[in-house]
Design a protein around this ligand. Sequence first.
Ligand code: AP5
Ligand code: ZN
Length: 216
Amino acid sequence: MRLVLVGPPGAGKGTQAEFIAAHLSVPKISTGDIFRANVTQGTPLGVEAKRYMDAGKLVPDDVTINMVRDRLAEPDAGEGFLLDGFPRTTPQAAELDKLLADLGSALDLVLELVVDDDEVIRRLSGRRTCRGCGKIWHVEFDATTREGICDRCGAELFQRDDDKPETIAARLREYSEKTAPLVDYYGAQGKLVGIDATGPVEDVTVRAIDALRSYG
Ligand code: AP5
Ligand code: ZN
C-alpha cells in the first residue's frame, strides 16, 4: 500500500506511523527524521535544512523533493510505503503524483489526523524523543519517562529544538498556509480520509487501521 499521513505538527504522525507501517509491512519514510539525521551528521543537506527547521519554516520544495525521490528509488519502497511529513505543499504533492505515475503506480490513500491547535501545543510542549531507539514519548502521558530515560531501551531522552513555543507557533502558521490546502488537493482525487486523532494513542491506531481497511 502507498500511504501518506498528513496533519498538523504534533498531531501524532510519527507516533502512529510506527504502528501503521508495521501493520502494513511497509517502510516508514519520514522527511523530518531524514532531515534530523542529516543535521546530526552535519551533512550539507543537514546544514541547509537546519536553518529552516529552527525557524519553524518548511525546507524548500526542490531540496525536499530530490531527497524523497532518492529515498523512493530504494528497493524497500518498491512494494509500498508510508510517507510521514511529505508532501507538505501542493507542488510537493503534484511532484509525488508525477514521480509515481512515471513508475506506473499511484498513491492509494491519504490519512489525515485531525486534532485542534490547543491539543497540538500540549503534545509538542511535552514531547521527548529517545536518542537510542528514536521512540517518541510525552512527559505528561507517559509517566515512565519523567526521569528522562527511555522505557524501551534505557537511553537518554531529549527535547527537539523546534519544540520551543515561538517555533511551534511558526510551524502552525506554515501548516495552515502551505499544508492545509492538501486536504482539498487529495479530497478532489477522492483519496482523503480524515480520522479523529484525539484520545489515547491506541484508540487512534485502531481508528487508523479501520480507515485503511474500509478504503483499502
Ligand atoms: P516533522 O518532523 O515532520 O515535524 P511535524 O510535521 O511538525 O510533526 P511532528 O514530528 O512535530 O509531530 P507528529 O505529528 O509526528 O507528532 P508526534 O507523533 O511526534 O518536520 C520537522 C521540520 O522538518 C519541519 O518543520 C520542516 O522544517 C522540515 N520538513 C519536514 N518535512 C518537510 C517537507 N515535506 N517539506 C518541507 N520541510 C519539511 O506526537 C507529538 C507528541 O504527542 C509526542 O510527545 C507524542 O508522544 C504525543 N502524542 C501522540 N499521539 C498522542 C495521543 N493520541 N495522545 C496524547 N499524546 C499523544
Ligand atoms: Zn529508546
